[in-house]
Design a protein around this ligand. Structure first.
Ligand code: F6R
Length: 606
């Protein structure tokens, strides 16, 4: 989604803004722009498309020279991607960059038109810029406070006023923003990676705190202009982790990072062979008393939640409901203070997941967040947090974050099952040991890469695919299908295998490949029947199954074997070929693996 940067200091501001924006490219965007103070004027340059288009425009047209400015990568919400709709927006006196959505922008626009303002773009952001201009009477903070009282919605704003050529102003609500602290230079950014090349020190801006960023200091106040003193944080984010490190794409690198990510996530949470989540505020005592568990998330994170449901219900015998966050928030769910709501999010900033967390709190439930990005909004607002230690995930398609989310679900399920007396200590230790062995097995699963590449070569001409599975394999087939469609643009559906004959099997022909996930031994016979059904209707069948399985001849066109572990843990290895199939299909189609069209890494709007 949109990215914000800002700089004030001695360096060439335009270069700093472009460098910083390049570190946010992975979030997904469709245009970019900067506003830099140059000889007392605000010089604005914008371009539709990739950051390199903006760079070219600056070279060909005019590259502002200055030491204070703001920049933005935009992911269109109001108005198509275009030069005009790109940020920054403003007037002669003010220029802003904005992440989020202003819900009442139409009313504000109408009001401002009545006051004689005219608008050039279709964006909600321009109304905020013009409203700031309307309220500005020489004091930027006054104008910001008045503007905040009028606007409704989510925002992170970087603002410059023509009269203050050495200052950036920043404020946020429901969208993240940090202030980077350098030596005689300071920054703003929507995400830490943007500033890491310059500094590791940063302030977290809280809701409706107003920051004034100058070269030598940063001042904070609240909306009553009362000064706020804040503590500086130090980021421990690994810069190299945000580079491709010899891999052709971030997605492939992140697939290969899964063994390490899983190990780093689970190792500190295993004490004397037993799962131990006490450092995250979770104890056996609390785990055994919940009436019900809700798991709420979006996309891939929701699929990890579905794995969690199967495992918690199977082992801990506690009822679990999994909800898509955008549905949960509007369905008035029956959540009580006796329930545990688990929100799962790689970014920790997903708007719908955050809203689900707020709803759970309103209903008096405790919220446990499983989050990858440290200090993100969801992590800060939840009652308990289990951080996944996957490191930065840059590719839009989530891979390693999914594996670590599942790993945490297992630890939680084992501990809950033991706390509730559903499994013995020996069994809990046995399962925990098997989970500890998983990283090595994921490594071994990578050996199927060549086979996946071959299968991908058979899929590139398909216009539609089916993924089928039963039980845990069904959740994995959902993840495999999502991964393929989001990056290769090949339509695919995932179906519970037993549901096929209730309608969807009419689609199956020799033009519809079917990928079956068949790793659950108690469901294997049924799965084989379902595969036979699609095979007899002409489908090209690809089956992901445990190693050394024997099947009758002529049913499976391709078999991809993964190491055998206890059924309940199979998703941890099964996901690898599904990710690799999606990856290689996309590479063979010559598409942009890491930045698929229309998608953003962090979905901070509804
Ligand atoms: C798919 C994908 C998305 C995210 C979803 C939630 O590959 O990455 O489906 O899983 O947008 O994002 P987070 O986990 O950041 O809340």
């Amino acid at each position: 989604m949109c990215g914000i940067v800002g700089y004030v200091g001695e360096r060439d501001c335009t270069e700093v803004l472009l460098n910083a924006l390049s570190k946010l490219e992975y979030r997904g965007y469709d245009s970019a722009g900067i506003a830099v103070f140059e000889e007392g004027k605000i010089s604005v340059q914008k371009a539709k498309g990739e950051l390199k288009n903006l760079r070219n425009k600056l070279e060909e047209d005019h590259k502002p020279e200055g030491h204070c400015g703001i920049g933005h990568t935009r992911w269109a919400t109001h108005g198509e991607p275009s030069d005009i709709n790109s940020h920054p927006h403003g007037s002669k006196r003010v220029s802003i960059v904005h992440n989020g959505i202003i819900e009442n922008y139409k009313d504000i626009k109408k009001f401002l038109i009545g006051k004689g303002y005219s608008f050039v773009s279709e964006t909600d952001t321009e109304t905020v810029a013009k409203l700031l201009d309307y309220y500005y009477n020489g004091d930027p903070v006054d104008a910001i406070i008045k503007t905040l009282s009028d606007i409704r919605g989510a925002y992170a704003l970087g603002i410059i006023f023509k009269d203050f050529p050495n200052k950036i102003f920043a404020v946020r609500k429901d969208s993240p923003l940090i202030i980077g602290v350098g030596d005689e230079e300071n920054f703003i950014a929507s995400d830490v990676p943007a500033i890491l090349q310059y500094t590791r020190k940063y302030y977290l801006l809280e809701e409706n705190e107003i920051a004034t960023i100058m070269e030598d200091r940063v001042e904070f106040c609240d909306i009553h202009k009362q000064e706020i003193i804040k503590e500086v944080n130090i980021s421990d984010l690994d810069m190299d982790a945000a580079e491709k490190g010899g891999y052709e794409h971030f997605m492939l690198k992140e697939i290969h990072e899964q063994p390490t990510a899983v190990k780093t996530t689970i190792a500190p949470r295993i004490v004397e062979g037993m799962p131990n989540l006490s450092e995250c505020g979770i104890t056996e005592e609390t785990l055994k008393n919940y009436r019900k568990v809700f798991i709420v998330a979006c996309g891939t994170a929701m699929h990890a939640g579905m794995v969690g449901k199967y495992v918690i219900e199977r082992l801990a015998r506690c009822e679990v409901t999994v909800d898509i966050a955008s549905e949960f928030r509007y369905r008035n769910p029956i959540v009580t203070p006796q329930d545990l709501v688990i929100v799962v999010s790689q970014s920790g900033e997903t708007a719908d997941t955050k809203a689900a967390l707020h709803l759970a709190h309103e209903k008096g439930a405790k919220v446990l967040a499983i989050v990858n990005v440290k200090g993100s909004s969801i992590a800060r607002e939840a009652d308990m947090v289990i951080y996944t230690h996957a490191g930065p995930e840059i590719s839009v398609a989530s891979t390693k974050a999914f594996s670590v989310q599942m790993a945490v679900m297992y630890l939680l399920a084992f501990e809950m099952a033991y706390a509730k007396g559903e499994i013995s200590k020996e069994r809990c230790m046995e399962l925990t040991k098997k989970l500890s062995d998983i990283p090595e097995l994921i490594e071994k699963t990578m050996e199927c890469a060549d086979k996946c590449q071959y299968v991908a070569s058979k899929l590139i001409t398909a216009s539609s695919l089916l993924y089928i599975g039963r039980g845990l394999d069904y959740t994995l087939s959902m993840e495999g299908s999502l991964k393929l469609k989001e990056i290769s643009y090949i339509h695919s559906e995932s179906y519970a295998a037993g549901e096929l004959k209730h309608g969807t099997i009419s689609l199956v022909t020799d033009e519809m490949p079917v990928i079956s996930v068949a790793t659950q031994e108690d469901l294997l016979e049924k799965m084989v029947s379902n595969i036979e059904e699609v095979k007899s209707r002409g489908a090209y069948t690809i089956t992901v199954c445990k190693e050394n399985m024997e099947f009758s001849e002529g049913i499976m066109d391709e078999i991809i074997e993964v190491p055998a572990v206890e059924d309940v843990l199979m998703p941890m290895v099964t996901v690898v070929p599904l990710q690799l199939i999606a990856y290689y299909t996309t590479v063979l189609k010559g598409l942009n693996v890491d930045k698929p069209r229309n998608l953003a890494k962090s979905v901070t709007v509804e």
